[in-house]
Design a protein around this ligand. Sequence first.
Ligand code: G3P
Length: 219
Amino acid sequence: MKFFIDTANLAQIQEAQDLGVLDGVTTNPSLMAKEGITGKEAILQHYKNICEIVDGDVSAEVIATDFQGMIREGEELYALCPQQIVVKIPMIKEGIKAIKYFTDRGIRTNCTLVFSAGQALLAAKAGATYVSPFIGRLDDISTDGLSLIEDIRQIYDNYSFETEILAASVRHTMHIMECAKIGADVITAPLSAILGLLKHPLTDAGLAQFLADYNKGNK
Ligand code: G3P
């Protein structure tokens, strides 16, 4: 299972990288704006900065919604760091065409804003490297995001699709654990949800006891 961090915050990306378990980064225009990164040049430079911090895949999202625009932007993003950049493309008709275009040229893609199994099937048919179902946003509207991951897992396994299921819009640690049980290939999560995996009160209590006992015998 791959762990991606879902942020454009360089300090958090560095912290996750330093933990030694990070396989990549996902961003989106909203996450860029949250960090105050605006304007084309600044955004491109920010992607380069992210690629310098991490070793793995960095999803970089196109803004265009027409085929030619997505191709132009996607090629520009890919050229920033061909080993790491995965072109992130929205699940729309023109996006499917763009995914197929990039697939045919060996450029990896991440199909984003996926909310149904049918969309995920189409993304796999177009050859997307990753498909990003947004589980938290489905939960937000009283629809079970995790059952979408289960459905996509079953469909991809039925036909041995190689597209990796990248569970996105992960909001908390239990989302990560449930995705792991279902068999999502990748989760992308905020740093807090990843660090939440560390926590257990019995670990803290046990460690405190070990240290106290050590200190009693080693005064
Ligand atoms: O990975 C997609 C993610 O950035 C969206 O998350 O929390 O805005 O639904 P959220």
